[in-house]
Design a binder for this molecule. Structure first.
Ligand code: CA
Length: 220
């Protein structure tokens, strides 16, 4: 497993980073600390964090959602790109990993922009829908348990505004989606969502070979 963009050989990948990566020092510190953890490969690639930050800026994003925080790298990248009045609602179930996240959010001075909800994300997203917050978010990033990806997508589609973007991580799943001999449940869930999105006329679509595959779905 890797947390760099797939399919790039290392010399070219190093070049890409050398000529384009602009990483906030606290992001660098968090990325290096997370890489030491046993589950460190779950962290997104730095060029992906930078891309999502640029997307937030292009959209003048004010409100964002994240499903799957881990140690908080992507949330930090997004929060740094949000204006001072911006807000990110971040969903996760791990008190342990998000304790690391909070520490770095504080250090980077963006903790007040991030509202961490420690509960199953399907519940948090449903609470937001029930509270009348549909169509109020500019951006949603889905990067959590693959078995619930379709549910997260459907809930996020209700919560983002028309023109809002849902970004879905790991859609190329280290290449396993394209290997017919791989038939485990998570791979099948990702394949099914990819196929559904291809035909989903509620969104405009692009699948980028960035990180481990990042789908962008823009709500029509
Ligand atoms: Ca991921």
């Amino acid at each position: 497993m890797t947390n760099q963009s797939i399919g790039l050989e290392s010399t070219l990948y190093d070049y890409l980073l050398a000529v384009s990566l602009r990483e906030h020092p606290v992001l660098t510190e968090l990325r290096q600390a997370t890489a030491q953890l046993a589950m460190g490969q779950m962290q997104i690639a730095p060029e992906q964090g930078q891309f999502m930050a640029l997307l937030i800026q292009l959209m003048n994003g004010q409100r964002a959602l994240e499903v799957g925080v881990f140690t908080g790298y992507s949330a930090l990248a997004v929060a740094l790109a949000l204006p001072p009045t911006g807000q990110l609602i971040a969903c996760d179930v791990s008190a342990e990993y998000t304790a690391i996240a909070r520490q770095y959010w504080q250090k980077a001075g963006v903790a007040d922009k991030i509202d961490l909800r420690l509960a199953p994300a399907t519940e948090t997203l449903q609470q937001l829908i029930d509270a009348g917050e549909t169509a109020t978010f500019d951006f949603a990033f889905i990067d959590a348990d693959k078995s619930n990806y379709d549910t997260y997508y459907e809930q996020a589609l209700q919560l983002v505004r028309v023109g809002g973007v849902i970004a879905i991580d790991n859609v190329l799943w280290y290449g396993r989606v394209a290997d017919a001999s791989v038939t485990d449940n998570r791979t099948k869930k990702i394949r099914a969502l990819n196929q559904k999105l291809h035909q989903d006329d509620r969104v405009d679509l692009s699948l980028l070979p960035l990180g481990d595959g990042l789908t962008l779905a823009r709500k029509r």
